[in-house]
Design a protein around this ligand. Structure first.
Ligand SMILES: [Zn+2]
Length: 202
C-alpha cells in the first residue's frame, strides 16, 4: 500500500534526523497528523524561521538569537575563566549540568588526521586574542577523552604557550556511580594518571 505523497515526504524528512529510523519517522509523521492544525503550523513556522533567527555568537561560537549570546552577556558569570569545547553540543551539556559559571570558547572542530580535520586557524587566533582582550586568567580545555580530543588539547596548549594564562584540562577517570570491577584498562590507566593527592607524606 502506498502512503499519500505529502505523508511520505514528511517521513523521508524525519528519517534524516539523527537517530531516527523508518518506523520512528512514520510514528512522528502520524503524531503530527493527529495533532490540531495549530501544532503543524507552529512546527512549520518554527522550522522555517530557524535558520533566519539562529546564528553563531561572534565572541564564543555558541548558537544564539542575539549578539552577544546569553552566556557572553551575563555579567554575573565568572568572566576570567574560559572553557574551551569542541562543539556547541558540548557547551550545552555543560550548561545544562549547571556545574560551571565561566565563559566558553567553541572550537567548532577538532584535530583528527584520519578524517582530514584540523582546527580552524582563525578560531585559535581568536582564542589567543580573546585571552588578552578579556583578561582571561584560566583556560579549561574540555575536549573529549579520546585520541582526537588529545590531539586537539595539545594543539591548543601549543598555541597558548605564548599567553600568560593558567591552563587546565578536565580529568579522565572512573564514571561516578560506576565500578572499578567493570572499568576497562584505558579508563583505569587514565584514572591512575589523573589521581588526586589527598595527603602528602610529611
Ligand atoms: Zn557568546
Amino acid at each position: 500500500m502506498s502512503l499519500p505523497d505529502s505523508f511520505e515526504r514528511l517521513t523521508v524528512l524525519f528519517r534524516k534526523l539523527p537517530g531516527v529510523g523508518a518506523k520512528t519517522a512514520r510514528r512522528m509523521a502520524f503524531f503530527v497528523l493527529q495533532q490540531p492544525v495549530s501544532y503543524a503550523e507552529e512546527l512549520a513556522a518554527c522550522l522555517s524561521g530557524l535558520k533566519d533567527r539562529i546564528f553563531t555568537c561572534s565572541r564564543c561560537g555558541n548558537i544564539t538569537d542575539r549578539e552577544p549570546c546569553a552566556v557572553c552577556s551575563d555579567l554575573l558569570r565568572d568572566r576570567s575563566t574560559l572553557c574551551v569545547v569542541e562543539t556547541v553540543e558540548d557547551l550545552i551539556s555543560i550548561e545544562q549540568a549547571g556545574v560551571y559559571s565561566g565563559l566558553y570558547h567553541v572550537l567548532g572542530g577538532r584535530v583528527s588526521p584520519l578524517d582530514g580535520e584540523d582546527l580552524d586557524e582563525e578560531c585559535l587566533a581568536g582564542l589567543v586574542r580573546r585571552i588578552g582582550e578579556d583578561r582571561i586568567r584560566e583556560v579549561i580545555i574540555a575536549t573529549n577523552p579520546r585520541i582526537e580530543g588529545d590531539l586537539t588539547f595539545h594543539a591548543i596548549v601549543d598555541r597558548l604557550g605564548e599567553t600568560d594564562v593558567s591552563v587546565s584540562r578536565l580529568a579522565y577517570g572512573l564514571p561516578v556511580g560506576g565500578s572499578i570491577e567493570f572499568a576497562d584498562r584505558t579508563t583505569l590507566l587514565a584514572s591512575l594518571e589523573s589521581r588526586v593527592t589527598v595527603k602528602r607524606k610529611e
